[in-house]
Design a protein around this ligand. Structure first.
Ligand SMILES: NC(=O)C1=CN([C@@H]2O[C@H](COP(=O)(O)OP(=O)(O)OC[C@H]3O[C@@H](n4cnc5c(N)ncnc54)[C@H](OP(=O)(O)O)[C@@H]3O)[C@@H](O)[C@H]2O)C=CC1
Ligand SMILES: O=C(O)[C@@H]1CCC=N1
Length: 270
């Protein structure tokens, strides 16, 4: 099994903040031994320190994977410490938004297999969505290894190429934040209609997570699930007339939000 390579040779995690921790939490829960994981992070969280991984310790000679999970702005400072792994034996798997494969090739050498991945934080509960794409040195065996690792914490899709990565980042990488904000906004609207804050938040959170689970499990399309809630002339139809307005509704708003995120990804890549 491909994951045996990771168990035997090790995984080095560069940066273990919110996203690195979310993925590590998922992998440890799926049975990746803590002894197979080396983490480099200047300020480890209490959670990380309690996991039993090798923390800011001497690194293995040739890990199967180096997972790059620092912020793009920290890349130039952080990556050179692991440049010795460049050249072929180790697969570099980056989850950083924006930073291009060409940048990694420049810093690690063109003989280095590099895969860019865009995961999201639901990986912490095994419900992540990750898209991957590799450079010319990334063989099908490398892609299978990355896919197997990432599939342990959710769904994985392979992209046609790196040109799709900023759009993916803007939809599924950043997307959980939009959904959490939907919970906040729905709760605030409930409060404005007279509910207490805690009750409004309980209703909003359960509604968004329940609807998400239904969308996950039900065979119907999202449109059909929406129609199932909407009685003709009823309350939902009144709300959807606002939300589905062509100029001021959610589609127009999300179009602007997703474009802003994708534009920022392109900027970070420069
Ligand atoms: N958060 C998310 O939902 C997603 C994030 N990503 C990508 O993941 C990456 C990390 O994001 P996120 O987890 O949110 O950010 P965080 O800031 O939470 O995590 C980055 C971690 O890297 C550490 N770090 C800083 N400098 C170094 C260094 N020189 N060597 C090792 N570690 C270092 C930071 O420590 P300190 O805080 O002390 O500086 C921090 O713990 C980004 O590139 C982002 O684009 C991708 C998909 C989703
Ligand atoms: O906000 C960011 O830049 C990162 C990338 C996707 C989610 N978080």
């Amino acid at each position: 099994m491909v994951l045996d390579q990771v168990k035997a040779r090790g995984l080095v995690l560069l940066g273990c903040g919110k996203m690195g921790s979310a993925m590590l939490q998922g992998w440890l829960a799926q049975g990746l031994p803590a002894a197979s994981v080396w983490v480099n992070d200047p300020h480890p969280s209490d959670w990380l320190a309690a996991q039993g991984v090798h923390l800011n310790a001497a690194l293995p000679d040739a890990p199967a994977i180096v997972l790059i999970a620092v912020k793009p702005q920290m890349m130039a400072a952080a990556l050179p410490t692991l440049a010795g792994y460049g050249g072929g034996a180790t697969l570099f798997l980056s989850i950083a938004a924006g930073t291009t494969i060409a940048t990694y090739e420049q810093m690690l050498g063109t003989g280095t297999p590099v895969i860019r991945a865009m995961p999201n934080t639901p990986a912490a509960v095994g419900r992540g969505m990750t898209a991957i794409t590799g450079n010319a040195l990334a063989t099908s065996a490398h892609l299978e290894l990355a896919e197997a690792l990432l599939a342990a914490v959710g769904q994985v899709v392979r992209l046609e190429g790196e040109h799709q990565m900023d759009a993916v980042t803007a939809v599924s990488g950043s997307g959980p934040a939009y959904v959490f904000h939907l919970i906040e906004a729905l709760a605030a609207a409930g409060e404005a209609e007279g509910l207490s804050g805690p009750l409004a938040m309980q209703l909003a959170r359960a509604t968004v997570t329940g609807a998400g689970e239904l969308a996950h499990r039900a065979p119907e399309s999202a449109s059909q699930l929406r129609i199932n809630v909407t009685s003709p002339g009823g309350t939902t139809a009144a709300a959807l007339a606002v939300l589905m307005d062509a100029d001021t509704g959610l589609t127009a708003l999300l179009r602007r939000a997703v474009k802003a995120a994708a534009d920022r990804g392109r900027e970070l890549g420069k």
